[in-house]
Design a protein around this ligand. Structure first.
Ligand SMILES: [Zn+2]
Ligand SMILES: [Zn+2]
Length: 166
């Protein structure tokens, strides 16, 4: 979905509003995907020296816990505001995804903001203990491995140290 930002900056006297859904099928998210199309509201309002843009995004994200690989879902609901002046559109460093003709790609903008909003490491819970290094089961599910199994090498080093000290 394209928004003619340049034309809006030149002529607009009244606000512009758009509501759209996007599933971003071409998007490459690192570590997560959209469970359903993201629900977006975009508005542009003329200001004294340009325009105020507002983007609201509601998205449901699916991923696997980075520690235990359990599937998880998270809801994101955020908004971003941008103040744009006419000279920004021609600026090569302009932060918004804008074509040479001054058209703003709203889906690309949603994608950029989602990447920014969703952490690259998602956990099923902040204190997820991950998987047992011995049996590969979830530690929280209570594997039967004794702590001694994995602690053995440390104990061996400790006993050498004790010998050296005595
Ligand atoms: Zn987990
Ligand atoms: Zn285990």
């Amino acid at each position: 979905m394209q928004f003619d930002l340049q034309a809006f900056l030149e002529n607009a006297r009244v606000p512009y509003k758009a509501h759209f859904l996007t599933s971003l099928p071409q998007a490459d998210f690192t570590g997560f995907r959209l469970a359903a199309p993201a629900e977006c509201d975009f508005s542009a309002t003329p200001t004294a020296d340009g325009a105020a843009l507002l983007l609201c995004v509601k998205a449901q994200v699916e991923a696997e816990c980075a520690r235990c690989l359990e599937p998880l879902q998270r809801n994101y609901d955020f908004q971003r505001e941008y103040l744009v002046r006419p000279q920004d559109v021609e600026d090569p460093d302009f932060e918004l995804p804008c074509s040479k003709k001054g058209c703003l790609d709203l889906e690309e903008l949603v994608y950029q903001e989602l990447i920014f909003e969703v952490p690259t490491v998602l956990l099923c819970s902040p204190d997820c203990q991950g998987l047992c290094p011995v049996c590969g089961k979830k530690k929280a599910a209570g594997c039967t491995c004794r702590p001694a199994d994995s602690a053995a090498p440390a104990d061996a080093r400790l006993s050498i140290l004790k010998q050296l000290l005595s």
